[in-house]
Design a protein around this ligand. Structure first.
Ligand code: ZN
Length: 609
């Protein structure tokens, strides 16, 4: 049996008459947009079995059996996947080209098979098992009914051995579980389940086969979200959540809505908005942009409205522009994400936000304007530095021309100069690092936020952690991320802390935003001025400085206040301030004895924020 190209499989599925085919075996009656009949899987007599032509899926509200036209034939008539595709193709008159030389069974079929079995089991577990109570309580809290969850294939992975035991009983052997990313081998050789105590979202390939899972931890621990590991069928940088279901709607709308999380996708689907996808818990990759471009020429980014959301928005936006898409940004009210907004206000709340989505560059300009970045020559240079990357990323010549014009009008910088500046660097963004940091070192290494004073204590501490694994491990236990007030430094540290084993690797660098990556490259490149400092000493000194910093700041603020306002203060207030200050000074010297404060606190240490 030769392999059938993905495009053909999609075409076959899209043209299949699902109602007609199922109608041959089940007496279906129309109810609204769907069809209902008795479920053939559990042999029901009531009309609990729904065929939803718009989604191309069937679903039983009693036994939760669900699938598409291919799984119908596989489950009802015992066909294997290629046979099912050929059968539907035959009925719809689509000719499947035979590819000579690629015959033989699909070697990946066993992995897809194992993941499908696991998904079934996880979903049943979510609906039925007593240990899934935590998930069954969690979902209603997010206003997702169990029926919705099951219809979208969500599941629950319990802690303990239940999963591996069940898979063994179903005849799935360890090697295939390991290869499919469902299990992992520990250092001592034992095999454990990959997902434990997590709510699982199935991630499908374009053919609609489950390829892996994204798992949200329910309960305390880290990491909050965990994906299937990269393997022969799951590629987190090349797949998108819900694309298999959304692609028809995306084509029809000629637009894809990009959201950050799985719940955002579900919420929009429930509100009847179907052209929505999410990346798999990471920044949008070039491969994902290529994939989206196949289905639509335009995208709307609907990310959280916080600082991190904005960063992710512009990063994803530049990536899409680079692949010739038109990009607009939808702006949510502060503190809202798509999930919360639609949960309260329904699709009606989202509609105006999507309609009012503005062009990516326009949005950047709005934000810079709001912060006063176009006032004064000094700031304008910085504003340009923020805008140029987007112009550079824009591969479509017409959009690029419009962007140059727009920026020229706002900043008063001539178009010629802008074009020259935009050309100064290659239009391609630095490729994501492949395995080593070496190529990143060639990138511009620049102090974070060029003109801002950088805390030398933060800088020195982070340098030690970057260079020395032992100190990093110690810091993970001792140093809270809040000590780093320079945003780029904090991001570098938080990323290190999350997965110290990746420090300095390509994977680590890939997780950093461009400014943090630059900061990292800068830290990695600076040479100490006077010989090699003792890392132990540097570590201890820097930690003390950063820990003492809030106290020192308070003392300094009081001193300033006493100096500036002494004349206007009533005597008792003045005395109270003096007392407060000496109390703080005492605390400082008792908590940080003089000899520990050998390194004077410099102004930069206090300024960084
Ligand atoms: Zn049923």
């Amino acid at each position: 049996m030769s392999m059938i190209p993905d495009e053909i499989v999609e075409q076959v599925r899209d043209s299949a008459d699902l109602v007609g085919m199922i109608g041959e075996a089940v007496e279906l009656k129309r109810t609204g947009a769907d069809y209902r009949g008795p479920c053939p899987f559990h042999g029901g007599t009531h009309r609990n079995f729904a065929v939803i032509p718009k989604k191309g899926r069937y679903y039983c509200f009693v036994c939760h059996e669900s699938g598409d036209v291919f799984s119908w034939l596989m489950k009802r008539f015992g066909m294997d996947y290629p046979t099912a595709v050929r059968e539907v193709a035959r009925r719809t008159g689509i000719v499947i080209p035979e590819r000579p030389g690629r015959s033989g069974p699909d070697p990946l079929e066993p992995l897809f098979g194992a993941v499908a079995v696991a998904q079934d089991w996880y979903t049943r577990r979510l609906l039925e098992a007593s240990d899934a109570k935590v998930a069954r309580e969690y979902l209603p809290g997010r206003e997702i009914s169990l029926e919705t969850a099951a219809l979208h294939g969500l599941g629950f992975a319990p802690a303990g051995k239940a999963f591996l035991t069940a898979m063994a009983e179903l005849g799935l052997e360890e090697p295939v579980l390991l290869e499919a990313g469902l299990a992992a081998r520990r250092d001592d050789g034992s095999v454990v389940a990959r997902f434990k105590g997590r709510l699982l979202f199935p991630i499908h390939d374009l053919r609609g086969r489950v390829a892996g899972f994204g798992g949200r931890l329910l309960g305390p621990g880290e990491p909050k979200y965990l994906n299937s590991p990269e393997n022969a069928i799951f590629h987190k940088g090349k797949q998108l959540y819900n694309l298999h279901q959304a692609k028809g709607a995306i084509r029809k709308e000629e637009t894809v809505i990009l959201v950050e999380g799985y719940f955002d996708v579900l919420r929009l689907l429930l509100a009847g908005i179907e052209h929505v996808v999410a990346p798999l818990g990471t920044a949008l990759t070039p491969d994902q942009a290529v994939l989206l471009k196949r289905f639509a020429p335009a995208a709307i980014l609907l990310y959280d409205s916080d600082q991190a959301g904005l960063r992710a928005t512009f990063r994803a936006g530049d990536e899409l522009l680079r692949h010739g898409m038109r990009v607009r940004v939808a702006t949510l009210p502060p503190g809202e994400d798509p999930d919360t907004l639609v949960r309260v206000g329904g699709a009606a709340a989202l509609e105006p936000i999507l309609t009012d989505a503005v062009d990516l560059l326009e949005r950047k300009i709005q934000l810079l304007e709001r912060k006063g970045w176009f006032e004064g020559v000094d700031h304008q240079r910085d504003a340009l530095d923020r805008l140029l990357p987007t112009i550079r990323a824009t591969s479509d010549p017409i959009s690029r021309d419009l962007y140059v014009k727009m920026v020229s009008e706002r900043t008063g910088v001539s178009r010629e100069v802008l074009l020259q500046q935009a050309a100064a660097k290659p239009a391609q963004a630095p490729a994501p690092p492949a395995g080593s940091g070496a190529r990143l070192r060639a990138e511009t290494t620049r102090r974070p936020e060029a003109r801002r004073r950088v805390s030398s204590a933060e800088r020195d501490l982070l340098r030690v952690l970057i260079k020395d694994r032992d100190w990093l491990m110690r810091a993970v236990a001792e140093v809270p991320a809040e000590w780093f007030e320079t945003p780029e430094f904090r991001e570098v540290y938080e990323t290190l802390k999350r997965s110290p084993e990746n420090a300095g690797s390509g994977l680590f660098l890939e997780q950093l935003s461009p400014p943090a990556r630059q900061a990292w490259a800068w830290l990695d490149s600076i040479e100490p001025k006077y010989g090699t400092p003792d890392p132990d000493r540097t570590y201890v000194d820097a930690c003390r400085t950063l820990e003492a910093r809030p106290l020192v700041r308070q003392i300094n603020a009081l001193t300033r206040k006493l100096k500036e306002e002494a004349a206007g203060l009533a005597a008792p207030d003045f005395d109270a301030l003096i007392q407060e200050r000496s109390r703080l000074k005492q605390e400082l010297t008792s908590r940080f004895p003089e000899e520990m404060l050998k390194r004077p606190i410099r102004r930069g240490d206090l300024d960084a924020r």
